[in-house]
Design a protein. Structure first.
Length: 565
């Protein structure tokens, strides 16, 4: 069958047209063999542009299509879908990036045009060697596993549960609510954290599509988006549960830095030196002091020091919300003990946003002292506790106080490494889960179908954690639709049995666990359901047995041959 290639050059508004001479590109490409038609269009990704492309493919009976436009990351799928709608196998398409790789990075218009011609010729040369790969589909489970029963996990469960979708909410402790249930007040409105959690739990309990498993640990997760096999051990009956889900949400929360390792703050040695969470619990009506702020002696404090950034230097990052809840503590102290003197010792303040700034300004009006201190030490004295500090200018001072509250750093959950290894997803150098892309995929992980929300990926406020819960739920709802099959990646790896040496290099470099070693045949085998087509195996294979469909040696050679002319 004769090859009939359609070439379409997008002006991209003025992004490409003002730097690349498109008429010159068309003149250079038109005489090439197999080019049936070459057209220019102002904005091919627009609705009108896509309709124009579809009609042109059908009208000219094209067998292959090349579009010279923008980055494949942005619109490759867009144009592949148009090809499919026009009855053309979408794998018989190639996108030449003449915007990011030519117009935007080459100041000289003549050079940009020359590069655009070479890029387009390369795409034409390559597309002739494409194979019409076929789509594959698999059945999926719409159910979801949520690990962590804090506010992020609770909200995600509520959003996802439906008559045709079951949610398994796993919590390793005996109750839900996480650390928020220990917060007597929440900034900025100073509402009760306990009451907030109670409202959410009531909604959770009433939802018959959510199965809550407390005092339970996830022991194993195997599989991929749409088909994960989960093993959970329920500790209270020592019972093993097995079930399938389509997606996993990690909402494992955070731990607090233990200040016992920093003797300069006197924690664990001096009475009336508390962590932030201990002070929170003191203010809960049914807490250790029945909601009253009291010293160990039973009397209320007359002076309180709030020390910021405890553990920040050791952790080497800001915990983001400490300054805000320090202002909340001030409000709580002044509300219950109006005459108490409150002093803040800080290295710098982090108060982002207009509402938080107002909260800070309102707090200052309560008569609170803020001391910018380069060095702070808590020591015992005959009178009780003395704060020795040194300001940023070098001035030194002492302050006698009755109570000290340490704002300790938020650190990664103790479970983080366990799940990172179980799901083959990375942790950053601070021990938090790494999102797939900080801007473009802020709640997805490197493992497709696994999402990370709330403080599992770093210090967050309650509001931010809830927003991430909503984002992850939205991603899952759009990907796992009950009754609909999941389309697999067509451009996957394959391994030639006759060339495979059995070295298992491909097994080691595959980030998705898609390659296993067949001990009987002594060859590596690709599971196409798990393969994402990253090409690591093809690049690392010493014998050339592994190759990536759609990125074969002939295809890449033909492309490079034209680019390097």
């Amino acid at each position: 069958m004769a090859k009939r290639i359609g070439v379409y050059v997008c002006e991209c508004g003025t992004n490409i047209a003002e730097k690349v001479d498109i008429d010159q590109v068309i003149a250079a490409i038109s005489p090439l063999k197999n080019v049936e038609v070459i057209e220019r269009y102002k904005l091919l990704c627009s609705e009108d542009g896509k309709e124009f492309l579809k009609q042109s493919i059908e009208e000219h009976g094209l067998t292959h299509v090349v579009v010279a436009a923008c980055s494949p990351k942005q619109h490759e799928v867009t144009f592949m879908n148009v090809c499919e709608q026009a009855g053309l196998n979408p794998q018989l398409f190639q996108l030449a990036n003449i915007r990011e790789q030519c117009a935007w990075v080459t100041p000289n218009a003549e050079e940009a045009t020359d590069k655009a011609i070479r890029q387009t010729r390369a795409a034409i040369s390559r597309v002739l060697y494409h194979d019409p790969l076929e789509k594959k589909e698999v059945e999926v489970s719409p159910d979801v596993l949520v690990i962590g029963g804090g506010i992020a996990g609770i909200k995600a469960s509520q959003l996802l549960a439906a008559p045709d979708r079951k949610v398994y909410l796993i919590e390793k402790t005996s109750s839900l609510g996480g650390k928020v249930k220990s917060f007597s007040k929440l900034f900025i409105n100073m509402e009760s954290g306990f009451n907030l959690i109670e409202q959410e739990l009531q909604s959770l309990v009433e939802n018959e599509n959510i199965e809550v498993l407390t005092e339970s640990e996830v022991e194993q997760i195997l599989g991929f988006l749409g088909n994960f096999e989960v093993k959970v051990v329920k500790k209270a009956e020592d019972k093993e549960l097995n079930f399938n889900v389509g997606a996993v949400i990690l909402a494992t929360g955070f731990d607090l830095f233990d200040p016992k390792g920093l003797p300069q703050y006197g924690y664990g040695k001096l009475d009336d030196v508390y962590t932030s969470l201990e002070f929170e619990e003191m203010n809960i009506p049914d807490g250790p002091t029945n909601g009253k702020i009291l010293l160990k002696s039973g009397r209320p404090p007359e002076s309180v020091a709030i020390i910021h950034c405890v553990g920040r230097e050791e952790k080497d990052y800001c915990s983001k919300v400490c300054c805000l809840y320090s202002l909340k503590f001030t409000s709580m102290l002044k509300s219950q003990l109006p005459s108490a003197k409150v002093s803040h010792f800080y290295s710098d303040l982090c108060v982002p946003g207009k509402s938080y700034q107002k909260f800070y300004e309102d707090t200052k009006e309560l008569g609170v002292e803020f001391v910018r201190s380069a060095k702070t030490e808590v020591i015992g004295s005959g009178k009780g506790i003395t704060i020795k500090y040194e300001t940023e200018t070098g001035a030194k001072g002492d302050l006698a106080v009755d109570m000290v509250i340490l704002l300790t750093a938020m650190e990664s959950s103790s479970d983080a490494r366990k799940f990172a290894e179980m799901l083959n997803i990375p942790l950053d150098d601070k021990g938090f889960f790494v999102e797939e892309h900080q801007l473009l995929s802020p709640v997805a992980s490197a493992a497709e179908g696994v999402f990370v929300i709330g403080c599992a990926q770093g210090p967050q406020s309650i509001a931010e954690s809830i927003v991430q819960s909503e984002a992850a739920a939205g991603k899952i709802l759009s990907a796992l639709i009950p009754g609909r099959k999941l389309e697999l990646e067509a451009r996957v790896s394959e391994i030639s049995e006759s060339f495979c040496l059995g070295c298992q290099t491909c097994v080691d470099v595959c980030p998705y666990g898609a390659i296993t070693f067949d001990e009987t045949r002594r060859v590596s085998v690709v599971n196409e359901v798990l393969c994402h087509g990253c090409g690591n195996c093809a690049a690392a294979c010493p014998s050339g047995a592994a190759k990536l469909k759609h990125f074969t040696f002939p295809q890449i050679y033909q492309e490079l041959k034209e680019v390097l002319r």
